[in-house]
Design a protein around this ligand. Structure first.
Ligand SMILES: [Zn+2]
Length: 137
């Protein structure tokens, strides 16, 4: 319950796989990335709404609407960047989730963190083959 209310900002891949498993981690990354895409779209709508609202009104209202436009554009740019980051990282990790020895996909256990926090040494559940999955690719 504590983790749901107060999630850590960034877990290493090994810890994330240990907690949720690869398939759940992948599903959550895709959901999170697409939530950021929705936020980017809503920000775009907000930019156009603020532009439309700035057509009428005095200089003070135009200035306020300009601030709304800039703020919405900044949030949209951040959300789009985050969407692309999460999606490409999830796809990069998913491309490494297949055992090179027996071809089993996504069924492995974490042996240890490897190098940086975004790498994990994993072991195939079927054939015990070891390999390293990197989230940096
Ligand atoms: Zn295997």
């Amino acid at each position: 319950m504590r983790n749901i209310l107060n999630p850590p900002l960034h877990l290493g891949l090994a810890e994330a796989f240990r907690r949720a498993g690869f398939r759940k981690w992948y599903e959550r990354e895709l959901l999170s990335s697409h939530a950021h895409l929705v936020l980017a779209f809503l920000s775009l709508v907000a930019v156009f709404a603020a532009l439309e609202a700035s057509r009428d009104g005095g200089p003070a209202e135009r200035l306020v609407n300009l601030v709304y436009v800039l703020l919405s554009a900044a949030i949209g740019a951040w959300a789009l960047r985050r969407y692309l980051f999460l999606l490409t990282r999830a796809e990069g990790v998913a491309n490494q989730a297949q055992c090179e020895s027996c071809g089993e996909y996504g069924r492995f256990k974490v042996v240890a963190p490897h190098g940086g926090s975004d790498e994990a040494e994993v072991c195939c559940r079927r054939c015990q083959h070891h390999w390293v999955i990197s989230g940096l690719a």
